[in-house]
Design a protein around this ligand. Structure first.
Ligand SMILES: *Cc1c(COP(=O)(O)O)cnc(C)c1O
Length: 424
């Protein structure tokens, strides 16, 4: 497979951007390959600058639930562009999008549109702190909520101690109110509440984690979070940036039947444009300016072009009656191929991750037992077979409606031919 042009562009890009990229995972460091420079994408396929074609299971990390360059979304965007790219003022499309979001996420009684998942998660935490008048938040090891200072804590110093930031440039003070618990471990949550309960503003969680690889919630885990937060007057925040409109039309909260106080949406809700949202119970969201004293604003918030893409995508989701069935069937087919070939795979609907460990992966500690060099070899093998998956172990494979039976069968046959080494 030729990668000359990607290599040339990568060499040049490094003179202008740190590592040649605008988001670290794109540098392909963990698989030791030349990063692909993408020329165009259509449906389930992505084409690089050397003209190679791949079946794409990254799907821009989730937004492209109908595949790339969907004609309905493109035409909505084109019409919106004609009317102006940004107003910095109110427009009708915002109401339509908010109405759609609230219809499917009734827990989002009031909501705000913002421009990225990072911004939405950060703002939801601020609203929770403003509403409760408390400072501490609980997050889970291995859950990602964007790169804002206080949430950039993953690998921890253990329980019952203030967390250490994952990134240089984050003062310790910024994370001293971030408490770390273990995903799927109710005991770790109980211990934090026993010690700090009256100071905890919120628990923030990916209701199905997809940022340590896919790790579904254990039976009763989310219900426990609902109970303990209510008991202590803390809020429960679901970060549904990946799961929203993916696990069901009403996200994880509808699929699992657990209702949070605040919800964070991103990725799919923006139809491929920079758009995200946060919202929740009316009384909480009434704390946000101009109604309340929690400040949050944005020059491009509710941008008309992004809103048009979001509206077109959500409308199409509403009108595609076999969307979730089809995603489930395709996901199940891929999972079966992985299992038959001896892989250790986690799946929830259209999200999958293979791990190279003999342990069942249920949390961060078990996820990091995966042999990442084995993952890199597998990912490289798939690329050479014309299949593009996340160039990093701790991510998900994303399925879209545009993945055809033929795409799936081709992928299954590549999987089945791979000599998997570490079955569960
Ligand atoms: C992607 C992601 C974010 C951050 O969204 P950005 O738009 O990249 O800032 C937050 N939370 C979760 C669960 C995500 O997967």
């Amino acid at each position: 497979m030729k990668t000359n042009r990607s290599q040339m562009l990568y060499d040049e890009a490094q003179s202008f951007m740190p590592g040649g990229v605008n988001s670290p995972v794109r540098a392909f460091r963990s698989i030791g390959r030349t990063p692909l420079f993408i020329d165009r994408a259509k449906g389930s396929r992505i084409f690089d600058a050397d003209g190679n074609e791949y079946i794409d299971y990254v799907c821009s990390w989730g937004p492209d639930i109908f595949g790339h360059a969907d004609p309905d979304i493109l035409s909505a965007v084109a019409s919106a562009c004609e009317k102006g790219l940004t107003f910095g003022a109110c427009h009708e499309g915002e109401i339509a999008l908010a109405k759609r979001i609230k219809k499917h996420f009734p827990s989002m009684e009031l909501l705000r549109l913002v421009s990225s998942g990072t911004e939405a998660a950060m703002s939801a935490v601020r609203a929770a702190r403003g509403f409760t008048g408390r400072d501490k938040i609980v997050k889970f090891e291995g859950c990602y909520h964007g790169h804002s200072d206080g949430l950039l804590v993953k690998a921890g110093s253990g329980l019952l101690t203030a967390a250490v930031p994952d990134s240089a440039g984050v003062p310790r003070g910024y994370t001293e109110n971030t408490l770390l618990a273990r995903y799927n471990d109710t005991e770790s949550v109980r211990a934090l509440f026993e010690r700090f309960g009256s100071g905890i503003a919120a628990v923030i969680v990916e209701p199905c984690s997809a940022n340590m690889g896919v790790v579904p919630p254990a039976e009763g885990f989310l219900e426990y979070l609902r109970e303990i937060t209510s008991a202590y007057g803390s809020l429960l925040i679901f970060d549904e940036v990946i799961t929203g409109f993916r696990l069901s039309i009403g996200g994880a909260q509808r699929k699992y039947g657990v209702v949070p106080d605040l919800t964070v949406l991103g990725k799919i809700v923006g139809g491929g444009m920079p758009l995200a949202a946060y919202g929740g119970r009316q009384r909480i969201m009434e704390c946000v300016a101009p109604l309340g004293s929690v400040y949050q604003a944005g020059t491009l918030s509710g941008n008309p072009v992004a809103v048009a893409a979001g509206n077109a995508q959500l409308k199409k989701i509403e009108q595609t009656s076999d969307l979730y069935d089809k995603l489930e069937r395709r996901g199940a087919r891929l999972e079966k191929a992985f299992i038959n070939a001896g892989f250790n795979v986690n799946r929830e609907g259209s999200l999958l991750t293979v791990f190279f460990t003999d342990k069942r992966v249920t949390d961060y500690a078990s996820a990091v037992t995966s042999d990442t060099s084995e993952y890199a070899a597998f990912c490289g093998y798939l690329l050479d077979s014309g299949i593009y998956t996340a160039p990093s172990q701790f991510e998900a494979m994303f399925l879209s409606y545009s993945h055809s039976d033929e795409d799936i069968e081709r992928t299954c046959s590549a999987i089945e031919k791979y000599p998997a080494r570490i079955p569960r």
